[in-house]
Write a protein that binds this ligand. Structure first.
Ligand SMILES: [Zn+2]
Length: 145
């Protein structure tokens, strides 16, 4: 089984954790994205952001599917982190390494807290993930109005 990892930063740009996920799972997410791109985005103007995104995830998909070893993306890849959220939502990752604890936690050990902010048209909400010692590990937005 192959895995990829990436670093997560907090609001002060400090690296707080490293997330580890099966490589195959991100390939599946990219495949879905590539399928919907072919269905809906082909006719967009040439400079549409979706085309750039498509090229990036296509490259990443190739990289992941040809990998013979684990890949550490460290902190350099936005398309890895943002698409991994789909896997984090269903708690389908392998583990999260908390820098402060210097310890690896499995999905069952991670605490998911729901947050929301703002009101009416300017509201948003999501989840914050932390370890048992209350260290921030990851956060994502699930909705906004
Ligand atoms: Zn911790």
């Amino acid at each position: 089984m192959l895995y990829y990892t990436f670093d997560v930063k907090n609001n002060s740009s400090e690296i707080v954790s490293k997330i580890k996920i099966e490589t195959e799972k991100l390939i599946e997410v990219y495949d879905d994205e590539i399928k919907s791109y072919h269905k809906y985005c082909k006719k967009l103007p040439d400079d549409a952001p979706r085309h750039i995104e498509y090229q990036n995830i296509n490259c990443l998909r190739k990289l992941l599917s040809e990998a013979k070893t684990d890949i550490d993306f460290a902190e350099k890849n936005d398309y890895v982190q943002s698409f991994s959220i789909k896997i984090m939502i269903r708690k389908d990752f392998h583990s999260i390494f908390c820098k402060k604890c210097s310890q690896e936690y499995s999905p069952e050990e991670i605490i998911y807290e729901t947050w929301s902010q703002g009101e009416s048209l300017f509201a948003s909400g999501g989840k914050t993930l932390s370890c048992k010692n209350n260290h921030f590990l990851f956060g994502y937005m699930e909705w906004n109005s």
